[in-house]
Design a protein around this ligand. Structure first.
Ligand code: SF4
Ligand code: MSK
Length: 649
């Protein structure tokens, strides 16, 4: 028994996950953790990237004895082609998500929005200005229609670079033009990359890797950026909101509905439906105290940011949530939803409901969501979950008690407001704190968790160390969920754990030292924040000069690879907690970790130890601070009222 619990505590950092893993083992339920065991010794040709399945003369595998595939492709070509195809997968996922949102905005503008509306007109008019769309004396619908058309054309541009790139600092745009990575239309980049990686087309690994950066930029400064902008217009720009995170948010006596996936359209409606008096009364009539809606993965991040809906867990807790035996329904849409869910649900009374025709799972109930009558459709889904409540078997229920308070909702607008107040919203106080050294730099920790290592250990060890080093940490995706569960996203943590200079800033502004900035597509918000820092002045004129680093500690998805590439191409060094599948080509590895630096002022670094990663981050930040001439030691000084007034917050 002790051995069993040791095994589980070697698999997961947080005690709630460890508790449920033990329950899974007792109940003979397979999870990603146990399947990881059976998948041990993964294929070396795959992990080093030298397996090519691109044509049917193959598959070919590169070894010392057979250094070329049947067509003559060497390890460099094969590894680079595989890598580019992964970036394409990630960019396509984010960008298709964006497309669905833009089409929704168009329908709303045309008066066919069903229950959807423009909830944030200010965000709409802000976006219209940035795309140079006339908005004076025009209705919000007229402006929204023009914006939607303009955004749709971002997908199909054939010979012009993306308009959305203009949201980047000018010097950044000129770097992309000089290095010839400024992307054309998003769909065109995806198709061209697939063409270039077809048998017998692009064989130059450097050319392929530059196309990887170009395609990734079409994601970060195209698809993802558009997704965040339109989500804010339709659902509201996030602002700080309190909630809780971890499996302990599930209710013992309530109907538990867990939403999982990425696209916020349905979850937004569920968040409204769950509070509807008719739905609450229906739950009570079924013997429950009410309905608890909670999120997993990035849907969790979306509805936390806008509604304060609690987070049930991160990517690798999707199965664990079901194993608590207390979930009536899990609603899934696209990305990161495991095909194993219906089988696990079958061991309990849980129904898995999938809601989009592009993502069906065997064993899940397909419920076609009626977007013309979205709210009623959402209410019907919740009522269906309520009908399951009576089937819950109390003997199978064990909900871990652990949950931690979290403050989420730090959009760039919200940060500006917190720093400068309503009338002088600005990044100036942050820039000043960076220049004075009270904050050493900004680090974005993003991405998933991965059962190859003890989940969330790297993320949490690194985050704790960075805030001690006076580094502001911003987070998205499942890395954000890990910190929320760890209690790092509440202002009190700053007082307890942050370095002295940083703590004073956090206290003065009233922010946590680790800011929740949203879901995976919201990595574009991190780029937006970096742009604000550049535009505010005093810290260089492109992002590669800003003391900022990105980290993907426990990444697993193709989206994370695309994100890493657009961070590097935007001038942000990226630390990977585990390597890409590229080590079979020294040239590719060297290109991504070294040679690309002169082009973008940044590159990848693979560091599997979180303490060593922290050392490297401090070194990289210091290099940038030295280059800016701001790396002087600051005398420690406690803030008095005069200082606080000067900080302008
Ligand atoms: Fe083999 Fe070349 Fe075909 Fe790849 S493209 S499978 S290396 S023959
Ligand atoms: S959900 S891509 S596991 S962050 Fe965006 Fe989490 Fe990674 Fe999916």
């Amino acid at each position: 028994m002790a051995e069993q619990s040791k095994k589980h505590s070697d698999q997961a950092w947080d005690s709630a996950s460890v508790e449920v893993l033990s329950k899974a083992e007792k109940e003979n339920i397979d999870t990603a953790f146990s399947r990881m065991e059976t998948q041990k010794n993964q294929c070396k040709f795959g992990t080093t990237g030298v397996c090519c399945r691109i044509c049917h003369m193959g598959p070919c595998r590169i070894t010392k004895k057979s250094p070329r595939g049947v067509c003559g492709a060497d390890a460099d070509t094969i590894v680079a082609r595989n890598y580019l195809r992964e970036v394409v997968g990630g960019a396509a996922a984010h960008s298709d998500h964006a497309r669905h949102l833009v089409l929704r905005l168009k329908k709303v503008a045309q008066g066919e929005g069903g229950g959807y509306e423009i909830r944030d007109e200010e965000a709409l008019r802000r976006a219209a200005k940035s795309y140079e769309i006339e908005d004076e004396n025009r209705s919000k619908e007229e402006v929204a229609l023009d914006l939607a058309e303009k955004m749709l054309s971002e997908f199909t541009r054939q010979e012009e670079t993306l308009e959305t790139l203009k949201l980047a600092p000018l010097k950044q745009q000129s770097i992309w033009n000089t290095t010839e990575v400024a992307p054309l239309g998003i769909d065109r980049m995806v198709v061209e990359s697939m063409h270039r990686t077809h048998m017998g087309v692009d064989h130059d690994y450097k050319n392929l890797l530059m196309q990887a950066f170009r395609t990734a930029l079409a994601d970060g400064w195209g698809g993802s950026r558009i997704a965040s902008i339109v989500s804010d217009i339709l659902f509201g720009t996030p602002s700080p909101v309190r909630s809780d995170a971890n499996l302990g948010v599930l209710g013992e006596k309530s109907v538990n509905v867990v939403v999982h996936g990425h696209e916020p359209e349905l979850s937004e409606m569920l968040a409204i439906a769950v509070r509807d008096p008719e739905v609450v009364a229906y739950a009570k009539s079924a013997g429950a105290e009410g309905v608890t809606l909670a999120g997993i993965c990035c849907t969790a991040n979306e509805i936390l940011m806008r509604h304060g809906i609690p987070i049930a867990g991160s990517f690798l807790q999707q199965e664990l949530a079901l194993i608590t035996g207390a979930v009536e329904m899990m609603v899934i849409d696209v990305q990161c939803c495991m095909p194993s869910l219906p089988e696990i649900a079958g061991a309990y009374h849980t129904e898995i409901v999938s809601t989009t025709h592009i993502a069906k799972t065997i064993g899940a109930t397909q419920v076609d969501f009626n977007d013309r009558d979205a709210l009623n459709s959402a209410k019907d889904i919740i009522k269906r979950a309520i009908d399951r409540y009576k089937q819950r078997d109390p003997n199978k229920v064990a909900i871990p008690s652990k949950k931690s308070p979290v403050v989420g909702g730090f959009s760039v607008e919200a940060i500006k407001y917190m720093l400068g107040g309503t009338f002088r919203k600005s990044f100036r106080p942050l820039n000043d704190a960076l220049i004075s050294g009270r904050i050493k730099g900004v680090v974005g920790i993003v991405g998933c968790n991965n059962p190859k290592t003890k989940i969330e250990e790297y993320i949490n060890v690194l985050t704790a160390r960075l805030i001690k080093e006076n580094i502001l940490v911003v987070k998205t995706g499942c890395a954000a969920v890990a910190s929320a569960k760890e209690g790092m996203m509440k202002p009190e943590t700053a007082l307890e754990q942050a370095g002295e200079g940083f703590r004073e800033v956090c206290e003065a502004v009233g922010i946590p030292p680790v800011l929740h900035m949203g879901s995976c597509v919201d990595n574009s918000r991190i780029l937006e924040a970096a742009t604000e820092i550049v535009l505010e002045g005093g810290l260089g004129d492109d992002i590669s000069q800003v003391p900022a680093v990105g980290v993907a500690p426990e990444w697993m998805s193709e989206k994370a690879i695309a994100i890493g590439c657009y961070f590097v191409a935007s001038g942000v060094d990226v630390i990977l907690g585990q390597p890409f599948n590229i080590t079979g080509s020294e040239n590719v590895l060297n290109y991504l970790e070294q040679e690309v630096r002169p082009s973008f002022g940044a590159s990848f670094h693979t560091i599997v130890d979180p303490e060593k990663a922290a050392d490297k981050i401090v070194e990289l930040l210091d290099q940038r601070r030295d280059a800016l001439g701001i790396n002087k030691r600051v005398e420690r000084k406690l803030y008095d009222m005069k200082d606080r007034r000067e900080l302008d917050v």
